[in-house]
Design a protein around this ligand. Structure first.
Ligand SMILES: [Fe+2]
Length: 367
């Protein structure tokens, strides 16, 4: 990739083709104190109201900078490295981390240990990389006093508050408004599929765990659905096309949202799974189509619930698990409250928290 000049025109040569860069595109990117606010790096001018008839009157390349003068009297030095990153036109931080597929054979996932200044450390950067690779991480030794989970979440980014509050206590209670607050086993599910948008990341912090059961379970929805795509393309197709209604009601709110169980992005690649079979309502479709839908959902459910894909472990007090609610399904085995206390606290954050932190740490440590 190379910038070339010819007759006051600027070209991008990518090795295969040469393309002229629109003068206005460069004019929008002028650098320097007069045009950009030093602290925020935000524009001090509004290109949307500028005359579009911008012409380059002079241009030269010097020491890694494009020095350019426009017909509206503006001269600027533009960093060519910065331009080249923009030419790639893609996220070079988060989306460049490949997802690692995993199943029940997953071993030796690095556990992180909380300490002072953890959120500004290189270890936090490594943690976020691991989070995007596997879809979850476990941090040990996280203080449990005074709802520390909220401090933790707000040090990564910002807590996503819901009608369950800023955080929620997961322990069995009378008159629960969700099965999470019972001693029943919970099969693999994603949280809050009825919200718009669905909370992106769940933090779950173990405060006390004295019971023999109550193991945490995780399943990688990415691995399961990619395998389904190969093994049963018809099932994958219908589950990624039919939108179903997810609903939650309690005394004060009715939440509802529609989505496919396997939600794909604009390139037909994995984006999100939602699975919470106590809350989903498929629309009344033609009988044959529903036949296929029910067969496919059963197949997906069998995979999510199979031992082949599930990891199971016990969270110890001070363990904090952070999981991608768009990728990972979570659950727990049943427990007997007579054996002792089981108390977890949970809260949500969104992807802007982890993405923003990761980009910040990459910049901070020059990685
Ligand atoms: Fe849950």
């Amino acid at each position: 990739m190379k910038i070339e000049l010819n007759d006051n025109k600027v070209f991008l040569n990518n090795g295969n083709s040469v393309q002229e860069i629109h003068p206005f595109w460069l004019r929008e990117r002028v650098d320097g104190d007069k045009f950009l606010d030093k602290g925020t790096q935000q524009r001090l001018f509004d290109p949307s109201i500028m005359d579009r008839k911008i012409i380059i009157e002079k241009a030269q390349i010097k020491n890694g900078f494009l020095e350019v003068g426009f017909n509206d009297g503006v001269n600027s030095r533009i960093n060519i490295n910065k331009l080249e990153i923009e030419f790639l036109n893609k996220d070079t931080v988060v989306k460049s981390i490949p997802k690692k597929m995993w199943d029940s054979t997953l071993k030796d996932v690095k556990k992180f240990k909380y300490n002072d200044n953890f959120h500004e450390s290189k270890e936090m950067y490594d943690l976020l990389i691991s989070f995007y690779e596997f879809g979850f991480v476990i941090i040990k030794n996280v203080p449990t006093k005074n709802n520390f989970i909220v401090d933790f979440a707000n040090s990564v980014g910002s807590v996503r508050r819901t009608n369950f509050g800023e955080y929620f206590d997961v322990k069995s209670k009378n008159d629960p408004n969700d099965l999470a607050y019972t001693t029943l086993p919970l099969s693999p599910h994603t949280d809050n599929p009825y919200r718009n948008p669905v909370p992106c990341i769940q933090l779950l912090h173990c405060i006390e765990n004295e019971v023999k059961g109550g193991f945490s379970t995780l399943v990688d929805g990415f691995t399961v659905t990619e395998n389904l795509k190969k093994e049963d393309p018809d099932a994958y197709k219908i589950l990624s096309e039919v939108k179903v209604r997810f609903k939650f009601t309690d005394k004060s709110v009715v939440l509802e949202d529609w989505s496919e169980l396997i939600h794909l992005d604009e390139n037909k690649e994995f984006k999100q799974v939602r699975f919470s079979p106590r809350l989903d309502y498929v629309p009344m479709l033609e009988k044959n189509k529903l036949d296929l839908y029910y067969k496919s959902r059963k197949k997906l459910s069998d995979l999510y619930n199979s031992e082949k894909y599930r990891i199971e472990f016990k969270l110890e007090p001070k363990d904090l698990m952070m999981m991608d609610n768009y990728r990972i399904l979570h659950g727990r085995t049943k427990f007997d409250p007579k054996e002792g206390k089981r108390f977890l606290q949970g809260c949500y954050i969104d992807f802007d928290s982890t993405e923003g932190k990761l980009r910040h740490l990459k910049r901070k440590f020059n990685l």
